[in-house]
Design a protein around this ligand. Sequence first.
Ligand code: GDP
Ligand code: MG
Length: 719
Amino acid sequence: VDTAKGANGVNGTNGTSNGVLNGEFDHGTQVIDENKEFTQTMPDYLSATHVLQAGFAYHLISVFGSQSTGKSTLLNHLFNTSFPVMSENKRQQTTKGIWMSLATDPDASSDPNKPHMASNILVMDVEGTDGRERGEDQDFERKSALFALATSEVLIVNIWEHQVGLYQGANMGLLKTVFEVNLQLFQKDKSTVHRSLLFFVIRDHIGHTPLENLKNTLMADLNNIWHGLSKPPGLETSRISDFFDFAFTTLPHKLLQPDQFKLETQRLKLRFREETPLNAKQTADGVLDTAETGVFLPAYHRRIPADGLPHYAGNIWRMITENKDLDLPTQQELLAQYRCDEISTACVELFDEIITPFESALNQKVVQENLGPSMKQALDVAISKFTEEAGRYHKGVYKRKLEDLQKKLQARLMVLFVAQLTAAHKNAVAIFADTIQKGIKRTGADFASLVTETRAAVLTDFIAEAQACSLDGMFVYTDELKAVEKELDERATRLRGEEMARLLTRMEKSLRTKFSSEDDGVAYMFKTISPTLYPRVWTLFTESVNSQVSVFTQRSTALNATEQENEQAVYNLKKRAWRVLRSILDEETKEQSLITRLMGYFDKDFRYDEHGVPRVWKAGEDIEGIFAKSKETVLKLIPELAIFKLEEEKAPPLAEFIGEAPVGVEEAAAAEEEDDEEDVTSPASAKTFTILTPGRITSLTESFNRQADQAFVDAKRGT
Ligand code: GDP
Ligand code: MG
């Protein structure tokens, strides 16, 4: 049966007596066919009549009675159904197997305030059971009784007045069967008490015998039957009222008193109203108190959710036909397992609709937008559907299946959550590093607050994302948060280190520029070689370095450097500064440039007179004397340059100026000294203050002598 057919089956205005359905469901649906097979039409029928989604809000009743006693006629009058009825002139069986139809109440739709029948009453019309057509088919009678008992709240027993008191009558045989199969059911199921109502409708009531008397007669017969049954162990002393309630009513002859009949069925209809336990009064022997008591006591309901009814009924029928022991609690559990699985699958489909796109896009590098709310929504949708639909089934099974479903969905969400955290983590670190690098370039300034603000901002974003995906704390992210914080701090330290290193390099460069300036630097000072040269250079050195150090300290504070980092950097800066100075001094004292300078001094004395006028040597002038004096003056300058020292031969306080190596810096400092050259910043090293080694002094002196001698020779020649 396709769905289109099912949908077309619904038609509220087609004029069938049912008023709801047409086509294949004109007469309801055949649950058990004439071959005693369970048909598969019930789901479509329940769906077309909208009972499938009713949960527990439906009722199921069955009618029993001898063949051709007007059962179908009664049902059609009571419930506005259209079960086939035997025509008055040919007596043969019309109802084959078991039919089911939904009751409708025209009164309910015309005026909701008028008293009316309960909604969603499913009525089962059971094939006549006196075996006229089927022969002595006790087997089917037994099976259909068992089936009806396992499913129905109310069993209507249709009986003619003149049959009352006929203990051997066909109906009494039927009731004996009902009681027997009931005991059979309860043998397996002693824990739960399934009550049912046997509702006797006494037909063709002439009126001579009051209902009360008929009732007493029937109850006496029923008790007789009950006493006569051999009861299974444990139920020997049980009473009929342990399992059944009884209600009785009479109806006039339909053909002889048609108007009366109509009136009475309309009245009877109202007993099939929604009933509460409080309204119903029962006598001690299980007979419902007044004639007008409602018949649907909650205790009768089999608690099979409507959407599980087809499967349950099918299973029950299968167990019955296979002659297996019918164990209702087990059946309910099996049903629960089956339905919970079905519902679970449907829930996973809903979940998939929302989650699969995210799973396909799963990527640990990209933060997926809207993931958190979607995870929450998907889980909510799936779980609430399951809770609502599966929650009506066997509690133990439901709980287990709910846990299974939750675990399954959570496992899938967990994968997304973890990937999202990883991506958010990477994102946070990337944005952090990027923002800070840009920030340094833009302002070059307050690194400390830049780090603090950026850190707070990216962490806020991270936490927001993690929180959104945490399903209200179901998933935790504290470890990942710690890892992000740690990495941010490491990044900050590294960025600060890089920034400090850049700063140091800049400062070193600017010191080099300052030291090598021709205007006021070392080169300028070297123009006048004198005992005050090195003291002046030292002053230049210490003043320049100190001013750079104070600039640096300011900057490194802004970088949020630790005391130790700052000390280390200052220490390094001072050492580097000295190396720079030393390299410039080495440059200035290279042999060629030094010779040029010395020759300049020499020339000033030898080639020019005291007025700065070039000498023109004449014969007889004291060339030798002037030469010797000039040479001597210059040669005295060389030792002045040899050692870097302050006034009165004092060594410069370089070690004090650089200061002690900060704790823990030895290694770092050692690392800086990678080249195996001797450390020129260590006062212990001979090289630190030695600008000219004795060897260089000798070669310098020789070189100078050669050039000076040449000047002498030239002068001599000139005369
Ligand atoms: P079922 O086999 O029990 O379902 O009986 P039907 O509803 O098909 O009716 C069988 C015959 O009994 C039909 O010919 C009806 O007209 C007739 N019938 C229906 N209602 C009554 C009634 O109240 N009294 C009597 N005597 N006959 C009835
Ligand atoms: Mg019938």
